[in-house]
Design a protein around this ligand. Structure first.
Ligand code: RIB
Ligand code: CA
Length: 348
């Protein structure tokens, strides 16, 4: 998983930790929501919270390929995890560069690994430059990013991840041109990820599933600076993160909700999501200043260029939240008992 943790990245990482059938090979940290060092600290702290200290965390690039880094503390908080105050991690990031780690893992396990990318595509673009066979070496690629015939969330036409590093996004999609359909990256873009709209009642359900005795109410009427008192540490920290995200979405007239884009992408990568895709040729704008990072999909072959992506065309929000609450709630219970590892399903 390559992420710019960030609140919805955090939820995605916790979700992967809740899936017994998912082997989390590595978590690599790309600058985006916050800087790369803070992303790595968040990833280390979250893995310790989920009692998964064995998963390596690495840093690669510290800035986009071709433009200066822009972060968004107003969206995810100064440390990228909203109001949560996670215990400082006891581990440090790997000394190895994230890009080397990517390539080493893919070469060692050809056809086995799925790349989940919920950040600007800087590290993945660098990995493709260093190992052009990556599309053949990986089992699959899932990208959270872009917006197709749908308004952006960063500029009127561009989504955050492709806007932070438009050159990397352009290189990644170009690198997959001509690959067989089954190897094309699955793109989870705003027109479907904004349908995964987490609300306070989902946090209440999560707390109940995690065995909290007290109801977990996140309410806009609560005093500013209110913090969760949930007995379960996982619920407490997620509640404090998501409260910040609710306030951000409300401040941008989207209601007291949280679009958990990266969780949806993680569920696609984990094979637990219901969704459909449409094959397309994707272009990412890297020149026109007003359109920087804008993603355009040619679904009809009008450009006469080979497809390079499978764009998610539909998903099922209710099922997505039923899955999230059940899985992360169960993880919360296990953590409370000090047994984070669920018994891997007999199917392996
Ligand atoms: O536009 C949403 C994406 O940008 C998500 O990955 C979110 O974490 C931010 O990185
Ligand atoms: Ca992200």
């Amino acid at each position: 998983m390559d992420c710019d943790t960030g609140i919805d990245d955090a939820l995605a990482l916790v979700y992967l930790c809740s899936q017994p059938h998912v082997e989390l090979v590595a978590v690599t940290s790309t600058p985006g929501n916050v800087d790369a060092d803070q992303v790595a600290r968040n990833n280390l702290a979250l893995l310790e919270l989920c009692q998964r200290p064995e998963v390596p965390v690495a840093i690669g690039a510290r800035a986009p390929l071709g433009i200066p880094l822009v972060t968004t503390p107003e969206t995810h908080g100064p440390q990228g995890i909203g109001y949560a105050e996670l215990p400082a991690p006891s581990r440090s990031p790997e000394g190895r560069d994230a890009v080397e780690l990517w390539i080493e893992a893919a070469r060692a396990r050809p056809g086995e690994l799925t790349a989940l990318l919920t950040a600007p595509l800087t590290n993945f673009a660098l990995a493709l430059r260093a190992e052009p066979r990556l599309p053949e070496l990986l089992r699959g690629v899932v990208i959270m990013g872009g917006a197709y015939f749908y308004q952006g969330n960063t500029t009127p036409t561009a989504e955050w991840n492709t806007h932070v590093d438009p050159h990397a996004a352009a290189e990644v999609f170009r690198a997959f041109a001509g690959q067989p359909e089954g190897r094309l990256p699955i793109a989870c873009a705003l027109e479907t990820t904004e349908r995964i709209e987490l609300r306070p009642e989902h946090i209440a359900a999560l707390a109940e599933a995690a065995g909290c005795a007290e109801p977990e109410l996140v309410d806009p009427e609560q005093a500013a600076g209110w913090r969760s008192r949930a007995s379960n540490p996982l619920v407490r920290h997620l509640s404090d993160m998501l409260r910040f995200y609710f306030e951000f979405h409300r401040d941008y007239d989207q209601g007291y909700v949280a679009h958990v884009h990266d969780y949806f992408a993680a569920s696609v990568a984990a094979g637990t999501a219901a969704y459909s895709t449409r094959t397309a040729t994707v272009h990412v704008e890297t020149d026109a200043p007003r359109l920087l990072g804008t993603t355009i999909a040619d679904y009809r072959g009008l450009w006469g260029e080979p497809p390079n992506a499978r764009i998610v065309a539909s998903n099922r929000p209710k099922e997505a939240f039923d899955e999230l609450v059940a899985a992360v709630g169960a993880l919360g219970r296990r953590i409370a008992r000090g047994r984070p590892e669920a018994l891997a399903s007999p199917l392996g």
